[in-house]
Design a protein around this ligand. Structure first.
Ligand code: F3S
Length: 286
């Protein structure tokens, strides 16, 4: 029998904010007939499909909403869209993650205190778009510390999209420190993200091959795959077990599995079982 070893990250899968949003959606489906989310409820196509089968609809713009019950997903929505929803007089179920809300509140407070806000994040990510809608025009989004920065002000505040990596955040902080007179830093990176990133780094250092499981559109899962690659570990970002084939393995390899905060447990289990089948049951073509 081939010697095999599979290590699974303890904090793989749903974070508190995603779990909360899904429970709110399931509860809404019990209480109301016509329930939709504004944009996919989470960045995991398989879970979105599962909820669709249970009756959860999805619209991509406010204009498509007439009389439905609307769930705001965990990333939150822009201030303008929130106001438009209120004007439509529909039932709103706000599943914005409380940690995302906290980052929005920091953004508002810091700009009210006249700081020029720098947000470390992905410019087109819905969470960042929502953050930007609560602040003034001076605020800027930076997606990596190597980006050329032009600051208007000497009084700067730094926050981050909740799923950013701590290392990148620190690098940007040090860079800004050299560029301004006053720097106010609020680490708005969520602890669930931090734990998953730390475990991914730790496992990637120990194993030969890593499977990072989660939506290809999921920012936090993509970040985990980047971290595993930084540790020079052969890594595959997959959405489901169907993407695993036996040519990916060699005998006696140590395998690690980490999953993003929006990956359901059943997908992680399927991945584990498939790897088990190839690696631990002598099914390798080697
Ligand atoms: Fe919230 Fe953190 Fe999850 S911000 S949605 S608990 S990754």
């Amino acid at each position: 029998m081939t010697k095999c070893s599979i290590e699974i990250s303890e904090h793989s899968g749903f974070c508190f904010g995603v779990e909360r949003a899904i429970q709110m959606a399931l509860q809404a489906l019990k209480e109301y007939e016509n329930v939709v989310t504004l944009g996919p409820i989470i960045h995991n196509p398989q879970m979105v499909q599962y909820l669709q089968k249970k009756g959860l609809g999805c619209v991509n713009s406010i204009e498509e909403i007439t009389d439905q019950v609307v769930i705001i997903r965990s990333h939150g929505i822009t201030n303008e869209n929130y106001k438009k929803l209120q004007e439509k007089n529909v039932i709103i179920i706000d599943a914005t993650c409380p940690i995302v809300k906290k980052a929005q509140n920091f953004a508002k407070k810091l700009t009210a205190k006249d700081y020029q806000l720098v947000i470390l994040g992905e410019k087109a990510h819905p969470e960042v778009e929502a953050l930007l809608s609560y602040v003034d025009d001076k605020s800027i989004v930076v997606d990596n510390p190597n980006e050329k920065l032009e600051l208007d002000d000497m009084k700067i505040a730094l926050i981050a999209q909740t799923t950013q990596s701590e290392e990148t955040f620190e690098l940007l902080g040090f860079k800004l420190l050299k560029m301004c007179r006053e720097l106010h830093v609020v680490k708005t990176i969520c602890n669930a993200t931090k734990l998953r990133q730390e475990e991914t780094r730790m496992i990637a250092k120990k194993v030969d091959i890593m499977f990072i499981v989660g939506g290809k559109n999921s920012a936090n899962t993509t970040r985990l795959a980047e971290i595993a690659r930084q540790e020079r570990c052969e890594s595959f970002h997959i959405e489901t077990a169907d993407e695993i084939h036996n040519k990916m393995f060699r005998s006696n390899q140590k395998v690690g599995i980490c999953a993003g905060a929006s990956t359901p447990a059943w997908i992680i289990n399927n991945v584990k079982n498939k790897i088990n089948k190839y690696l631990c049951e002598d099914n390798l073509n080697v």
